[in-house]
Design a protein around this ligand. Structure first.
Ligand SMILES: [Zn+2]
Length: 318
């Protein structure tokens, strides 16, 4: 299976399908149109929406730079940076911000491309959501000096992730991908991950009523066994891991699928289809379950490099 479980709003697709951001981030029809083009134009067999990972943060009160055609929405304020204990998930969460837009796009997609290929809703993970709400630096300080406060914030964020994820599944998504860059060993030490994030990711996976994927960015080697113990159906990893074959063997022994891990910042973004083919072959030889970009892809990524992923799979198994 070849597709994407990470963000993939690319400029060429926006031009071809007639739906560009920022509208495609805020209008359900436009969102479904651009996401659908990942299948109808890019030929991918797993399609992911929306095209950014700030929806929950925005719904919980963060201000947003809505971005431009080539610039992804970004968080610009952290409303709980000096009052983390006050964070609570409102009962009307699901009607806040762009959540209704994503849910409507899920319904539309389910009736269209979703009849042919799995549709995957992306949700920011608890670490990323906490970093939006509190700011990365204050959150880091809480993790180190006031771990009980950090744990409380992460716990509340997981409550929000559970409610939003299950609503995406009810609306028609076949799976949710929990994307958490903050959990990466590039951001926090594996010990902190194990103490605070991992138990909450386990609770998150347990409470998602459907298929779930855990994406953590960067060099995740040191926490792969922990990621596999969290209870998600699949993990999504980047190309910076050292031994993909070994990771896939470990995952399969635990009945967990692996998605990845073609380099997004290098190969897909700036190299040739031939380079994509070679990297795809390495993933396929290692036994990858979903051949996919390793992380969110840049808007300028050439469409021919997505086509090269599909062609490589066809050639490999042909
Ligand atoms: Zn990533």
């Amino acid at each position: 299976m070849v597709g994407t479980v990470t963000t993939a709003g690319i400029l060429e697709l926006m031009d071809i399908c007639g739906s560009a951001r920022p509208d495609a981030d805020r209008d359900p029809l436009k969102m479904a149109q651009l996401a659908g083009s990942l299948h109808t134009v890019a030929n991918l067999e797993v399609i992911r929406f929306p095209f950014d990972v700030t929806v929950l943060g925005e719904a919980l009160g963060c201000s947003i730079d809505t971005g431009t055609k080539a610039r992804t929405p970004a968080i610009t304020s952290h409303p709980f940076s000096d009052r983390p204990a006050e964070l609570c998930i409102p009962s009307d969460l699901l009607s806040q911000g762009r959540i209704p837009v994503v849910l409507e796009a899920a319904r539309l997609l389910k009736d269209r491309e979703g009849k042919k290929v799995p549709i995957v809703a992306g949700v920011e993970g608890p670490g990323d959501l906490a970093s939006y709400l509190c700011g990365i630096k204050p959150l880091m300080v809480y993790f180190i000096r006031k771990p009980d406060i950090a744990a409380q914030v992460i716990n509340k964020c997981v409550d929000g992730c559970i409610r939003y994820s299950n609503e995406c599944l009810s609306a028609g998504a076949d799976a949710v991908v929990i994307a958490d860059a903050f959990s990466s060993p590039d951001m926090i030490g594996p010990d902190i991950f194990r103490q605070i994030l991992k138990p909450e990711l386990i609770r998150l996976a347990e409470n998602i009523d459907g298929h779930s994927i855990l994406h953590i960015c960067g060099r995740t080697d040191s926490i792969i066994p922990d990621m596999l113990e969290c209870g998600f159906n699949a993990i999504s990893i980047e190309d910076s891991v050292s031994d993909l074959g070994q990771i896939i063997d470990m995952a399969h022994a635990k009945n967990v699928a692996v998605a990845g891990n073609i380099s997004t910042s290098q190969t897909l973004y700036s190299k040739s289809p031939e380079d994509v083919r070679n990297e795809a072959f390495n993933c396929l030889k290692a036994g990858i379950d979903i051949l996919a970009p390793g992380c969110g892809i840049a808007p300028e990524t050439p469409l021919k490099n997505l086509h090269a992923m599909v062609k490589a799979r066809d050639e490999y198994f042909g």
